[in-house]
Design a protein around this ligand. Structure first.
Ligand code: HEM
Length: 217
């Protein structure tokens, strides 16, 4: 893909990724959110944080399967949208649900321990968001940067635990569907790493095989 279509894909992705937030704002403004508003905002933003997190993890397998290398250039934006929706989700908890009362938040965290798992996932997202620019890659060096950004797998596992832990019996199928999707994405990465780690046949051996293949019997 040429430079302009990649830029176009990026712009389209940017607008598409803003749609859920825009829809939420519209619902708040039109007062059409169902049930408890704080809870609805919390659920909506949590769902979209997880959607963007898993979409970010889909980029590498999609690139490998389709051979469309330009897809990698969308990954950073997807990662940053994950962080942006996570910030909205945290803000819903702090501002909407607890009106900035530290005591009320602490009580809720003790009462619902799955919130601590969400907090851990959020804390791990911060360094990834802060080092998502090219300057940070240069400063850290490629290898260190990659090692740091591997924590995305732990974040995704924590996010699925956070969801599974809070799900009631009828909400379990959805939580399990997310966990299965994450399982497939992690399994693909393990297979991919194993394949890369398999040493290629040294060229001298290849030549010997070719030589014996061509010899008349
Ligand atoms: C990467 C970080 C996080 C992800 C991916 C995430 C994801 C989710 C998801 C998918 C839900 C379920 C939404 C639904 O039922 O439709 C949820 C709910 C919730 N999350 Fe998170 N979360 C994260 C971080 C946090 C943080 C930092 C907090 C608070 C400090 C938090 C507090 C909550 C609460 C209280 C709910 C329950 C809402 C309700 O049903 O009342 N989460 N989260």
């Amino acid at each position: 893909m040429q430079a302009i279509p990649v830029n176009l894909a990026r712009s389209l992705l940017f607008f598409a990724a803003c749609i859920p937030a825009g829809y939420l704002l519209w619902q708040i403004n039109a007062n059409t959110l169902s049930g408890d508003h704080g809870e609805a905002v919390q659920q909506f933003t949590g769902t979209w944080t997880l959607n963007f997190l898993l979409l970010t993890l889909c980029v590498s397998p999609l690139r490998a399967i389709t051979g469309q290398h330009w897809l990698l250039r969308l990954r950073r934006m997807l990662g940053l949208f994950t962080f942006a929706y996570a910030c909205l989700h945290l803000f819903a908890f702090v501002g909407f649900n607890h009106e900035f009362s530290i005591a009320a938040m602490a009580r809720d965290i003790v009462k619902r321990p799955f919130i601590s798992v969400g907090l851990a996932a959020f804390a791990l997202l911060i360094p990834l968001a802060l080092t998502s620019n090219a300057a940070a890659v240069r400063k850290l060096g490629g290898r260190k940067w990659q090692e740091l950004h591997r924590s995305i797998y732990l974040i995704a596992i924590l996010a699925c635990v956070h969801l599974l832990w809070q799900s009631s019996f009828d909400e379990l199928p959805r939580a399990l569907a997310y966990a299965c999707l994450l399982g497939v994405l992690l399994w693909w990465r393990v297979q991919n790493r194993k394949q890369k780690a398999t040493p290629a046949i040294p060229s001298r051996q290849v030549q010997a095989i070719r030589f014996y293949d061509k010899r008349p019997d």
